[in-house]
Design a protein around this ligand. Structure first.
Ligand SMILES: [Zn+2]
Length: 83
C-alpha cells in the first residue's frame, strides 16, 4: 500500500502535525484526505519523492523536511546538492 504525504493548505490554520506534513498509508481505492484528522484544517496531498525524483515538489518537500540543504563540492566549480 502506498504512503501518501499531506500538508496543510494554509499554515495559519493548522496543527503541528499537518503544518509540517505527515505521511499516511492508504489504499489506492481510498478517497484522498481533504482535512487533517487531528485539527480538521484543509490539507493537500503532496507528490512523493519516490514518485517524482527530480520534480520541484520533491526538492521542496525534501528541503522542507531537512530544513535546509547543503552543497558538496564534487569538482572544480561543481557542486552536488546533498540532502
Ligand atoms: Zn492538523
Amino acid at each position: 500500500m502506498p504512503n501518501y504525504v499531506y500538508e496543510a493548505k494554509n499554515a495559519k490554520e493548522s496543527c503541528p502535525k499537518c503544518r509540517d506534513g505527515f505521511e499516511i498509508v492508504q489504499k489506492i481505492s481510498d478517497a484522498k484526505l481533504t482535512h487533517c484528522p487531528d485539527c480538521g484544517a484543509e490539507i493537500i496531498r503532496v507528490i512523493q519523492p519516490s514518485a517524482l525524483m527530480h520534480s520541484k515538489t520533491d526538492l521542496h518537500y525534501r528541503a522542507k523536511r531537512a530544513g535546509f540543504h547543503t552543497l558538496k563540492r564534487v569538482g572544480k566549480g561543481e557542486y552536488e546538492k546533498m540532502y
